[in-house]
Design a protein. Structure first.
Length: 251
């Protein structure tokens, strides 16, 4: 089989997943966008968290041209990204009980805010406890996960629950357990993960919905512009000055 044929199969798989998410999650996307718009309008703050490769989608909506300036990254040292050495430490930290509570205790989150938690499997202690503890603080939680994991894997949290069980809204990425779209007789393991592509698109759809919902209410969405277009820095400076008390990635 040619490499080009495999590439085409991956694109087909990713497109199929994107179409499923577009059609099957439309109502939840609308609800999530409305929740973000409500929070912005009411003076709340927006945060996103993801561990390991799930952090890529969370980072994609923070300080992003064309994105909401109020979306802040809730960072957990050693967990956000794969830059920690050894890289396996991040995966281990996801299974540590009590870490989420310590992170939230030292974070700026407060009642009335929204926290988007991205976790493909939703089975580890960190995302589960992050959602549980955030809601106990009065924070609204949007979970972005693959619901399939809840029926095909065992929870790693002492409660036996998953991220999806502790959210105000759940966005299902539809990713199959194992996150690999292709197989080949000559390759002993499945390969070609699509979760980053699909989850990032899913979250950007929510951001677009939120921007439109704010505009419908007569509120200018606090959007950032690219610093590589003329006037971009000036535009962003105005937005950050107006909403500086709700932007934490500049401090």
């Amino acid at each position: 089989m040619s490499d080009r044929k495999l590439a085409g199969q991956f694109f087909d798989a990713a497109i199929g997943l994107l179409q499923r998410v577009r059609d099957e999650e439309a109502g939840n996307i609308d609800a999530a966008g409305a929740l973000l718009a409500d929070t912005v309008a009411e003076g709340g703050r927006l945060f996103a968290f993801g561990a390991g490769h799930s952090s890529l989608a969370a980072q994609d909506v923070v300080y992003r041209a064309g994105g909401l300036a109020l979306m802040n990254l809730l960072a957990v040292p050693g967990v956000v990204g794969v830059d920690v050495m050894p890289a396996t430490l991040g995966s281990a930290l996801e299974r540590v009980d009590g870490l989420a509570a310590a992170v939230l205790d030292s974070s700026p989150l407060r009642a009335g805010d929204v926290l988007v938690i991205v976790s493909l499997s939703g089975r580890n202690a960190l995302p589960v406890e992050m959602a549980m503890n955030a809601r106990a603080l009065g924070v609204k939680v949007i979970g972005v996960t693959s619901v399939a994991y809840a029926s095909e894997t065992k929870s790693r949290h002492v409660s036996g629950t998953y991220l999806k069980d502790h959210c105000d809204l759940v966005l299902d990425s539809k990713i199959a357990v194992g996150d690999a779209e292709l197989t080949l007789d000559t390759v002993p393991a499945p390969f070609a993960p699509a979760s980053t592509v699909v989850t990032a698109a899913l979250l950007q759809a929510v951001m677009a919905t939120a921007a439109g919902a704010l505009a419908d209410r007569g509120i200018e969405p606090p959007l950032l512009r690219s610093g590589n277009v003329d006037g971009g820095h000036e535009w962003n400076g105005r937005v950050m000055e107006e909403y500086g008390d709700r932007i934490f990635y500049r401090r």
